[in-house]
Design a protein around this ligand. Sequence first.
Ligand SMILES: NC(=O)C1=CN([C@@H]2O[C@H](COP(=O)(O)OP(=O)(O)OC[C@H]3O[C@@H](n4cnc5c(N)ncnc54)[C@H](O)[C@@H]3O)[C@@H](O)[C@H]2O)[C@H](O)CC1
Ligand SMILES: [K+]
Length: 492
Amino acid sequence: MSREIITVEEMRAIDAGSAAAGVPTRTLMENAGRAVADAIVARFKPRPTAVLCGPGNNGGDGWVAARYLLERGWPVWVETLVPRDTLKGDAKDAAAAFTGETYALSRDNPRAELVVDALFGAGLSRPLEGEAARAANAFWKRADRVVAIDVPSGIDGDTGMALNEISFGAALTVTFVSKKPAHVLMPGRALCGEIVVADIGAPEDVVAAQKVSLFENDPSLWSLPWPEPDAHKNERGHVIVASGGRARTGAARLSARAALRGGAGLVTVLSPPDALDENAAQLTAIMVREARDEAAYAQAARIARALVIGPAFGTSDDHYKLLLAAIGAEPRAPLVLDADALTLLSPITHGFTSRDVLTPHVGEFRRAFPGIWSSSSNRIDATRAAAAYARCVVLLKGPDTVIAAPDGRAIVNTTGSPFLATAGSGDVLAGLIAALISQGMESFEAAAVAVWLHGKAGERLGPGLIAEDVTEILPAILNDLAPMDLKAALNG
Ligand SMILES: NC(=O)C1=CN([C@@H]2O[C@H](COP(=O)(O)OP(=O)(O)OC[C@H]3O[C@@H](n4cnc5c(N)ncnc54)[C@H](O)[C@@H]3O)[C@@H](O)[C@H]2O)[C@H](O)CC1
Ligand SMILES: [K+]
């Protein structure tokens, strides 16, 4: 399956391009409606089904789907938001071809056990109101009975948000060509249920002409840096993690352990003198190095293959100086900056490099990039703008983590579980990113891989998860991803 995500505007361009290339929009609509009927028939047994049709082409898809369901003997009828004779273009043709029962959308209609939501799709331009809002509210708690065409009506295709918080929710959403941002961003993703992406016959070159640079995270987008059979630990990179002071050291150790599990050959915790014993007492495979002053942080930045600063690091003026010493070292390792490092640098005015990674959650992002946050309509645009502005990789954490590179590439992650929202989870993520960078991955890809693995760990662990578990389950997840020849070699 294609992992590309296209915007509503790109979808419109594909629509127009298809028509210009000889595939009429009426054909696309026919294919779209049939794909919806196919998806329904494959998942549900015949049952009283209402197709709620809106005024535009989303409604048109609904009329086509209703026709195919009727042809297959389903007990199906249409409930239309606007009189059939006011429809235009393809939707008018599609409606004319439907011979089954048709009602105006209202609360007095026969009771449906399945509802196909074909009210609004890509053309939603204002909040749901009137009968459409009433229907959305009526089915809000019955998403298990709803199949949405393109997006659940009320959800903006580009943002995944409902304009006035009124929308449908669905058990199944059938969309066309590729997913849209609303299918990967929250709350849209959660309101879509299962998502089916149907091929509706848009010519491949027309789709390719959009030069999409936004993707849903998936192992098909990257390859992990598996060690060669004769690998030496020095080739797998050295990650250094800066520790906070006394009684603030756990976060750095979580990060460091994740870096080791993530495949870094060597990992060192860089410790202030007062925390040296505390760190040393709890580390074995991970090394500890004392760091007294700015020179020590600059030195660490020079010798590491990736340097993590931020987890419980500290936010005093002295910490600011240590951070700047590391940033200013030349040459220096890529930096993974999280938590306190972001606080120290906010609002960000500093230019980084495309090898550096900033990993803010929303609160940190707003402080780091206040202007960008307030002027962006969704998390993808915000993260892309931040990456371009700071000239580094920016990873905006959340249930729909977005990773953006300064060149405009962006990935939205959809693995994960709410149980990852726990103490230390972000520290583990930062360490994992550094581990992958230290093994030679490009920072943008390293960030994408780390988020994917972190999310998978969350899915496998579920309730009761603590940050330490995320690190400890990595071998199982990595083993599943290992190429067959490596697995064969491991198994003798
Ligand atoms: N692009 C493709 O390849 C295909 C798209 N298909 C389907 O078409 C819709 C998009 O259709 P469009 O006509 O542009 O938009 P809508 O049907 O979503 O609605 C537009 C219509 O509704 C009015 N409107 C907008 N918001 C509201 C509101 N809150 N209340 C009342 N009225 C509203 C707006 O002014 C327009 O008049 C896409 O999602 C696909 O499902 C295809 O058929 C297949 C090819
Ligand atoms: K819809």
